[in-house]
Design a protein around this ligand. Sequence first.
Ligand code: IMP
Length: 430
Amino acid sequence: MPVVLVVGAQWGDEGKGKVVDLLTEHADIVARYQGGNNAGHTVVVDGHKTILHLVPSGVLHPGKVCIIGNGVVIDPAVLITEIDELRQRGFLSQDELLKISDRAHLIMPYHRAIDLARERLRGEGRIGTTGRGIGPTYEDKMARIGIRFADFCDEAVFADVLRGIIEEKNSYLHAMLKEKALDFAAILAEYAVFRDRLARYVTDTSVYLHEALAQSKRVLLEGAQGTMLDVDHGTYPYVTSSNTVAGGACSGTGMAPNRISAVIGIAKAYTTRVGSGPFPTELLDELGAKLRQDGDEYGATTGRPRRCGWFDAVVVRTAVRLSGISGLALTKLDVLTGFKTIRICTAYEFEGRRLHDFPASAAAIRGLQPVYEEVPGWQEPLHGARSLADLPANARAYIRRLEEATGAPMIMVSVGAGRNETILLRNPFE
Ligand code: IMP
């Protein structure tokens, strides 16, 4: 049965929330596989805006099962707040509709403290993390001193594991980062409350997914962040701490690669980035300000203004290669209304050479000069378009040029935040 995977093809914030929400109609189960509450997926239904950080964006379709996979790192307090808000609005009415992997790792108070203190000490060289403790939690997972939900659910085991870790964390916080030490008993008491609320959702989600597929259920896998923030393939070290590319979905859910039937890449009609790091097509002038204003480009998690620039086909082509993207969903095309001309970056110049792929070194990436192609813009608002024929000819030509430049066909074009403001060209579940 179809398993459709959705990945971000740029630096995150591509509009995955809306696309996942739309595709969920055709799915039985929606699963997140990496990241944590650094993500902020915005979904607008009936004019009501919901920002989801941990629960998959499919939750706004009643009756669908939402899974938080083993590859996700979970701040329990944030998850409980999100569950409460959703329940108040009538979603997640039954506990069976949410499943948390027993192998997912917990974000602990020292992870947040370390993340924030390190960023402060880095000064100008900061990564611009979301400060949610994501990196330090993944570090501990790899160092084999993380805490998984299976252990968290057992009060005695949790106390033992925490006791073994807290001293080392406190000496690091105090001696290296000049932060206050954390109180073992206070964490234990705080997390006992979280356990009472969350234990009911914890299960082996890999086994659950395996059995669901055997019963012909349809699964949607929801990525967070974007390809260029992937810890291996992104603009390292200005990246997040997980694998955002399609491969991450297999390890992050415990689902075999041969189960995945389609990979959909989400790309904005231009490019944005929050946080520090290279961004070759960034516009620091009034054109960038227009994109920010018309596109309401402010981070869904931190509220930070997003850096804005032209569409970078090298970035999206890289995503197509890394994730095997079989179709692209182009979002926010409506925001490009009003430009006389629009630019598309098709390659880079570096030290007199033409590059068609991202180099590895951060210094080289910083020195890249985009090679642009200029195409005519359009002045008409696009919100009412429901088919390609409704679009102005220049907007249609822009879409065709992006398909050629990225090497992937368009399956969806979004022309507004609402569910209905969408041109669906092909349903990946069919
Ligand atoms: P971290 O994931 O909080 O460690 O942040 C590392 C980098 O990834 C920073 O540049 C963040 O701004 C960026 N980042 C993390 N999550 C998102 C997201 O959901 N959208 C866009 N950027 C993100």
